[in-house]
Design a protein around this ligand. Structure first.
Ligand code: FES
Length: 101
């Protein structure tokens, strides 16, 4: 499953998940940073666990549930996270406004 939809692909089992997502499914939310599992720019959820997609081989995906940021932003959890981020951003922007100096 990819973002809640059943998907079937034919790909080299040694190719990387990040390349599959970005090149074959045009899901570009996961970015390639370091390409070696250190930065997390390529993070996705695999069976509800955060993984670095640059380290996941396509051959490991059978029966797995993958959620990218594109799928996650459609969830209620993301709505709560977004509202909280906006709320605290407003607090920080007021707290550090030039009028406070
Ligand atoms: S690109 Fe940096 S952890 Fe995957």
């Amino acid at each position: 499953m990819l973002n809640g939809q059943q998907k079937s692909i034919t790909a080299n089992p040694l190719s990387r998940l990040i390349d599959l997502l970005r090149n074959d499914f045009q899901l570009t939310g996961a970015k390639e940073g370091c390409g070696e599992g250190k930065c997390g720019a390529c993070a996705v959820l695999m069976d509800n666990r955060l993984v670095n997609s640059c380290l996941v081989a396509v051959g490991m995906l059978e029966g797995r549930n993958i959620v990218t940021i594109e799928g996650y932003r459609e969830t209620e959890k993301f709505s709560v996270l977004k509202e909280s981020f906006c709320y605290f951003s407003r607090i920080l922007s007021v707290g550090f406004s030039p009028s406070m100096a």
